[in-house]
Design a protein around this ligand. Structure first.
Ligand code: ADP
Ligand code: MG
Length: 631
């Protein structure tokens, strides 16, 4: 018998090691995984047989069979599904073809306690068998083929494939149990595990016993059953099956829609973010069935990319069974299902947000950044998503909605103010917010990169425009109230004192000359109360953070950022001192020149930018400190 030897892909060996240790306390899930693969194999054959009926001729009753051999100490899970040929075997068992595998395994190296949850999200599938096995054999024959193959491995880095015999199509996975795993030779134990983890499987899972075969599961697809008869645990098991995960569903949507278009959806929102949530292909992960026949788990037309965190199935009564991939893009029925699913989810989320704001906040923390992509990708759902959006705010604890923000707006305020940046702690200290704090004007903190995209696509909410607190023309002076106004009124009463802004005019003029093209303009600031300077985006210019993101992704031209406006605080002692020198000097003061650049760089640092010329910065700083010593 010809035998070929192969080595596992490096990631598989690593994964196997980690799996065996971290999943040991859940070792019975190997059975769930094998049954799930067997059922998938039947699903796939059923689909193939739609166009090639002879593939299932003679044996169209799909089932999974479990056989216990006490002498050989083996547990065998068999199916009459699609089977595997030589290429399928080398491709499927021994590698992990899924996207992001390398990155995922690297991540596992570092992490400690969260491994279980992480592996769960990734779905170890077939490899979980090695938790209980000292050797695994896979005897398989592809539907429509004549050759059979025996795949064999002890899970230590190598596997072999040899030609073999099998009477009919399908696969046997023969698990040679480790010494201490005798419990899986006990029919009662097997029954419990199947009932608990695999009851929802749509085909019979049969245990072979001396006195005949016994079906262990309910053997009807869970989503076809009456909602009232389904327990929360059964939903959970089904969710874990379709999502390959270990967590709980955060929300379950099980509906039967009847009418012009009939379909059933059993969809879940996970309670932890999947590891590949931000993978660039942004593929939706919901399985499409037509009249209970599995069609595909790669159906782009079923859910929009911004709902890719959803898991579960949709079973349509009306789509043609022979629907092809190309048809997914343009099928009007599918488009209707898609929009129906999105609306259903939005309305459930809305209810949850109202009734259980704390739980909703968890959801928002996990998936808000993804959902917000829909604001600019799907204008017809824009208002719905904006209503669901939550933000951190400068004046409130927790998360706030736009509706709440608008309800709190000051009478003289006509815009929704926001500030965007990488991290809310840093944003809260931003000089841009000083004037808003002083006037007690609420500002929303936008910390997801996606915020900069949708906000440039959305004009307003509830007819209130969004305005960046880091942009010129924030119109703060129009808003009444707060400490600043009172102070100003008092200031105004002292006559004989020069108006702050006018007093620094000569300084600003010198700054402009010195800084040249490095800034768009130099202006007195309305918003600063503590800091000497800050940088704001000019009217009509791109938001600084958006520009930074686009540059990182090479979507905006290389080179320097668009120059911004340097705002200068007329009330700051340093500025007042410099202004005094500017008024009395000859316009060539080197200290003012150094100060101009130092203040500009300082504003850049505060904004989280990296200085283009740190040498020049230190040279100037040294010069200024040195001149301080001379006094
Ligand atoms: P997943 O089920 O998520 O794809 P698994 O590790 O469970 O990952 O299985 C890997 C692959 O091995 C499957 O995608 C399938 O191609 C193949 N496979 C496993 N078991 C069977 C089976 N019983 N019949 C046919 N193919 C199988
Ligand atoms: Mg699997």
């Amino acid at each position: 018998m010809a035998q070929e030897k192969f080595t596992f892909q490096a990631e598989v060996s690593k994964l196997l090691d980690i799996v065996a240790h971290s999943l040991y306390s859940h070792k019975e899930i190997f059975l769930r995984e094998l049954i799930s693969n067997a059922s998938d194999a039947c699903d796939r054959l059923r689909y193939e047989a739609l166009t090639e009926p002879k593939l299932t001729a003679g044996d169209a009753d799909f089932r999974v069979t479990i056989t216990i051999d006490n002498k050989a100490k083996t547990l065998t899970v068999s199916d009459n599904g699609i089977g595997m040929d030589h290429d399928d075997l080398t491709g499927a068992l021994g590698t992990i073809a899924r996207s992001g595998t390398q990155a995922f395994v690297d991540q596992l190296d570092g992490e400690g306690d969260d491994k279980l949850a992480m592996i769960g999200q990734f779905g170890v599938g077939f490899y979980s068998t090695f938790i209980v096995a000292k050797k695994v054999e896979v005897l398989t024959r592809k539907a429509g083929g004549k050759d059979a193959w025996l795949w064999s491995s002890d899970g230590r880095g190598e596997f072999t494939i040899a030609d073999a015999e099998r009477d009919a199509r399908g696969t046997d996975v023969i698990v040679h149990l480790d010494k201490k795993q005798d419990e899986f030779l006990d029919p009662a134990r097997i029954e419990t595990v199947v009932k608990q983890h695999s009851d929802h499987i749509g085909i019979p899972v049969v245990l072979k016993e001396k006195d005949g075969d016994r079906t262990l599961n309910t053997a009807s697809a869970l989503w076809t059953r009456d909602k009232k008869s389904i327990t929360e645990d059964q939903y959970k098991e089904f969710y874990q099956h379709v999502s390959h995960s270990f967590d709980q569903p955060w929300m379950t949507l099980h509906n039967r829609v009847e009418g012009v278009l009939s379909y059933t959806n059993l969809l879940f929102v996970p309670s932890t973010p999947p590891y590949d949530l931000f993978h660039p292909d942004r593929k939706p992960q919901v399985k499409l069935y037509v009249k209970r026949v599995f069609i595909t788990d790669d159906c782009e037309g079923l859910l929009p990319p911004y709902l890719r965190f959803m898991r579960g199935i949709v079973d349509s009564e009306d789509l043609p069974l022979n629907i092809s991939r190309e048809m997914f893009q343009h099928n009007p029925q599918l488009a209707k299902i898609k929009s129906g699913l999105a609306k259903r989810l939005f309305s459930e989320l809305k209810k949850k947000a109202e009734k259980k704001p704390d739980e909703y906040a968890e959801f928002w923390g996990n998936f808000g950044a993804v959902l917000k992509e829909g604001i600019y990708e799907e204008p017809e759902n824009r208002e719905r998503i904006l209503a669901l959006a939550r933000f951190k705010s400068t004046t409130q604890d927790g998360l706030v909605s736009l509706e709440e923000y608008v309800g709190r707006m000051k009478k003289s305020q006509d815009a929704i103010y926001y500030i965007s940046g990488e991290d809310s702690e840093a944003l809260l200290k931003s000089p841009h917010l000083e004037g808003f704090k002083a006037k007690n004007v609420e500002v929303l903190l936008m910390t997801d990169p996606v915020d900069d995209f949708w906000i440039s696509a959305v004009a307003d909410f509830d007819s209130k425009p969004f305005k960046s607190a880091a942009r010129a023309g924030a119109d703060l002076d129009k808003i009444k109230g707060g400490v600043k106004d009172k102070k100003k009124d008092a200031d105004n009463k002292k006559d004989g004192e020069k108006d702050g802004a006018a007093a620094i005019e000569p300084l600003l003029a010198q700054f402009k000359v010195v800084l040249g093209a490095a800034v768009k303009d130099v202006r007195p600031s309305e918003r600063l109360t503590e800091s000497a300077v800050c940088l704001v985006t000019g009217e009509g210019d791109m938001d600084a953070r958006l520009e930074r993101i686009l540059k990182q992704n090479r979507q905006a031209g290389a080179g320097d950022m668009t120059p911004r406006v340097l705002e200068v605080n007329p009330g700051h002692p340093l500025i007042q001192g410099l202004a005094e020198r500017a008024r009395t000097g000859d316009g060539q003061d080197p200290l003012i020149a150094d100060a101009a650049f130092l203040l500009l760089d300082q504003a850049r640092i505060v904004d989280g930018e990296v200085l283009a010329d740190p040498q020049a910065f230190s040279r100037r700083l040294t010069a200024v400190m040195e001149s301080g010593l001379k006094v």
